[in-house]
Design a protein around this ligand. Structure first.
Ligand SMILES: Nc1ncnc2c1ncn2[C@@H]1O[C@H](COP(=O)(O)OP(=O)(O)O)[C@@H](O)[C@H]1O
Ligand SMILES: [Mg+2]
Length: 268
């Protein structure tokens, strides 16, 4: 599908302001709403890149419609054009962009800020996990920031790979190399698989680098081979180690357990 152009009017009410990004399934635009209930608002609009991705986007719609949480990107509405087989999904606009852009610009983060972001994302995941969902694709591109007063609120987004705990069937798409829990390569997926990905995310924030990198990153990720160097504080190193256990049973079982630990260790 061709990109929409700046200034273009979609569905008679959404004016394209710019393109925000492109993920695995969709293209995302910044739009201004010219009519209706959300008139005057700036929103983000995702359109499936291709017909084959509509089921993923549809799944995102069906799940997001049930959620309302300060650390989960909200869906505002959606539109399905049956005759053209086009699906448009509108979300709150996250004005700080995604976490990868933020870290690329700013460089590696101070421990205090990394821990704050970690706790925000963990709160969003805690909400999902308590309802039996597994996000399945936690990574810097899927974490979004929004300016609120003098601070930044971070939220988890992109629910195209979300699964329900214990759901059977083959896992076709497995998240993103560099952020995948080892058991996922064997077709197993747990809530603690999200915790592992979150551990990779924490490492990325503190170092500005990937935990699994280089030509061999797929092999390293699958075999869970890494070294935690980077001059972290003892508490941060311990926390990271617990999230990045190869054996999923040795990790925090859910984001809730992780948050409890962080509170106990006075990290938050
Ligand atoms: N609500 C939003 N606000 C601002 N930017 C967004 C928003 N949603 C997505 N983006 C941008 O678009 C990119 C792709 O969005 P994402 O939801 O991850 O799509 P996909 O399902 O295709 O991976 C993100 O990495 C981000 O840069
Ligand atoms: Mg994405």
């Amino acid at each position: 599908m061709e990109d929409f152009q700046e200034g273009e009017l979609l569905l008679g009410q959404y004016q394209i302001l710019s393109k925000l990004g492109e993920g695995r399934f969709g293209k995302v635009y910044k739009v201004r709403v010219l009519k209706g209930r959300n008139k005057g608002k700036t929103l983000a609009m995702k359109v499936a890149k291709d017909l084959e991705f509509i089921p993923y986007l549809w799944k995102e719609v069906q799940t997001l419609i049930l959620f309302n949480h300060p650390h989960i990107v909200s869906m505002i509405s959606y539109l399905y054009k049956k005759e053209k087989r086009e699906l448009y999904v509108l979300y709150e606009y996250m004005d700080m962009g995604n976490l990868r852009e933020y870290v690329s610009k700013k460089g590696k983060l101070e421990e205090k800020e990394a821990i704050k972001i970690l706790s925000h994302v963990a709160r969003g995941l805690e909400f999902l996990h308590s309802r039996g969902y597994i996000h399945g694709d936690v990574k810097p591109e899927n974490v979004f920031g929004k300016r609120v007063l003098n601070s930044i609120l971070w939220k988890i987004g992109d629910f195209g790979l979300m699964r329900i705990r214990g759901e059977s069937g083959v896992i076709d798409i497995k998240g993103t190399v560099g952020y995948i829990a080892p058991e996922v390569f064997h077709g197993e997926l747990h809530r603690s698989s999200d915790v592992f990905s979150l551990g990779c995310l924490f490492y990325y924030m503190l170092t500005g680098e990937e935990l699994f990198s280089g030509e061999e990153r797929l092999i390293k990720n699958r075999q869970c081979v890494y070294s935690l160097e980077g001059g972290f504080s003892d508490k941060a190193a311990r926390l990271m180690e617990l999230m990045l256990q190869r054996e999923h049973r040795n990790r925090f079982k859910t984001a809730k357990e992780l948050l409890n630990y962080m509170v106990k260790e006075r990290l938050i």
